[in-house]
Design a protein around this ligand. Structure first.
Ligand code: 13P
Length: 229
């Protein structure tokens, strides 16, 4: 029987410079080399660095031969063209497989609304990128075409407080049943000492750590939990 696929997505937000990105990969690789068989194909491990470090991360993935994929933290709602400051799907698809859309930090600090997020999802799909669509609760609108949803309660982000696995599981269940979403992951202060509760819920397919993904050693610890070690 195939093992259920599990997802661990590290959102680096606006952190790290090129020296720190290199350090992260060096440390990550040192752990990976000691336990290569831990990273089986049923684990989907994706990191989301800032736009500027996507090419560097891509180079380091190849150089160190680590089974990581890349995602971006945002995407332009438009295609290529005269949109100063934006990064379009066709540019991103050179580097990434995934894109986070609708993170509450963007909704709250950059006033991104459902109509704009819908366009970003359309652009991602047009560029063959997989949107990781963030919802704040089960009532958040989800654009059509989305298959992966990240449930991230605003009050749990960067606060050290998590939702209970029971409530997160019930939100995941509701979204899967009512909105026909295939994959739901949980984000909000995920750490090695609280991850297991979320992984044990049958409706939660993985996690989206922010702070805990910045340290390669801690991220590796999370991976070990997801791998069931
Ligand atoms: P923290 O894990 O730092 O709470 O961040 C969660 C998050 O916002 C991931 O997108």
């Amino acid at each position: 029987m195939n093992k259920r696929k599990k997802y661990i997505f590290g959102n680096w937000k606006s952190n790290k410079d090129s020296v720190e990105v290199r350090e992260w990969f060096k440390t990550f690789t040192s752990f990976y080399k000691q336990a290569k068989n831990l990273l089986t194909p049923d684990l989907e491990i994706v990191i989301f660095p800032s736009f500027t470090y996507l090419p560097l991360a891509n180079t380091l993935i190849k150089e160190y031969q680590v089974p990581l994929k890349l995602g971006s933290q945002d995407i332009s709602p438009f295609g290529k063209g005269a949109w100063t400051g934006e990064v379009a799907a066709d540019q991103l698809s050179e580097w990434v497989n995934y894109v986070i859309i609708g993170h509450s930090e963007r909704r709250n600090n950059f006033h991104e609304k459902d109509s704009l997020l819908q366009k970003k999802v359309e652009e991602a799909l047009r560029g063959n990128l997989i949107p990781v669509y963030c919802i704040q609760d089960e009532n958040t609108h989800i654009p059509s075409g989305v298959t992966i949803v990240a449930y991230e309660p605003v009050w749990a982000i960067g606060t050290g407080k998590t939702d209970s696995p029971e409530n997160a599981g019930s939100v995941a269940n509701s979204v899967k049943r009512n909105k026909n979403i295939k994959i739901v992951i949980y984000g909000g202060s995920v750490k090695p000492d609280n991850i297991d509760g979320f992984l044990q819920d049958k409706n939660i397919d993985g996690v989206l750590p922010g702070g805990a993904s910045l340290d390669a050693k801690v991220f590796w610890e999370l991976i070990k939990h997801v791998a069931g070690v």
